[in-house]
Design a protein around this ligand. Sequence first.
Ligand code: NAD
Ligand code: UDP
Ligand code: UDP
Length: 319
Amino acid sequence: MKRILVTGGAGFIGSHLCGRLIKQGNEVLCVDNFLTGARSNLDKLLTHQSFELLRHDVTFPLYVEVDEIYNLACPASPVHYQRDPVQTTKTSVMGAINMLGLSKRLHARILQASTSEVYGDPDVHPQPESYCGHVSIVGPRACYDEGKRCAETLFHDYRRQHRMSVRVARIFNTYGPNMHPQDGRVISNFIVQALTHQPITIYGDGSQTRSFCYVDDLVEGLLRLMAVEEEPGDVVNLGNPSEINVLALAERIVQLCNSRSTIECRPLPQDDPRRRCPDISRAREKLRWSPRVDLDTGLVRTIAYFEARLIQKGSPIHA
Ligand code: NAD
Ligand code: UDP
Ligand code: UDP
């Protein structure tokens, strides 16, 4: 049994990770400032004797005693991370420094939740870890993309300078239960719109692509990356290589929800990446990991989650 810190543990991915770690028999300390996460994501864990929840902002130092650290704290939806871009960069960079300082003091292995956004609007497709990216320094997404890039640099420098054991996962678009209904990301938006028979908001013409990974698969990848003894290269892509365009995704969700929603086009946000798809050869080889849940299966489970929330809270789901 280990004592494990999960920053951002009240968020979408973090809450699933906390659940898995507790199930494995570990003690979990979840640290979150509830910017985009919610206690309700942790409902089933709050009474568990091996689970502890601390409200704390990772841009400030944290002195606790743990054996391993998963650093997930950071808003991930463009709508949220662009609301306070300075705080977003601070969270990525100062959060990384504080968690690396903590890890250094404790000799605790640390994993960073990086992102496919480090590749920006890619001109190499699919994206292998060796691709250096095509990122705007000044655009509205830069606070997130560059913050995460700088965090990665810090992880590699702490590794080299202080001989630390660090792991960096470049996570591609992930979806599933516990996404906030107003999270603003495409799958939660489309499902909520479809279930409430509101127009589906496609940004641009819907020809841009993404590759969506179900959260259980992603969490399995994070656990394997943390556990593997030999560091599998500097970074590892984790995502589902099955690519779909946004229009096709909208149509699929409307069908699976049996919805009367129409499809409406809205302006494409600035710097929106045209396509994204992970090359996961390294994860396959070094972690023996690949996603198992296909898009339809994952969507059906996610739709069931949002439907239950709708019934629980009473209409409208946005409340
Ligand atoms: P999320 O917004 O649901 O969760 C982020 C959590 O971090 C929230 O609980 C939030 O309250 C917390 N947080 C934010 N700033 C904080 C701070 N300063 N101090 C403490 N806690 C703070 O997002 P998510 O989808 O669960 O993403 C988790 C991590 O994975 C993020 O680091 C994100 O960048 C990364 N990631 C996610 C995806 C994805 O598709 N979901 C893709 C790539 C990378
Ligand atoms: N830090 C922390 N918890 C610890 C140890 C360090 O939050 O248990 C923070 C501390 O604020 C420090 C940062 O991590 O500024 C980086 O630590 P490091 O030891 O690398 O640098 P230094 O302390 O020399 O600035
Ligand atoms: N998107 C959309 N309608 C929405 C929300 C998002 O068409 O209501 C598009 C968005 O422009 C992008 C894709 O869906 O092209 C994925 O957006 P998301 O915010 O989920 O993630 P990211 O852009 O960070 O990959």
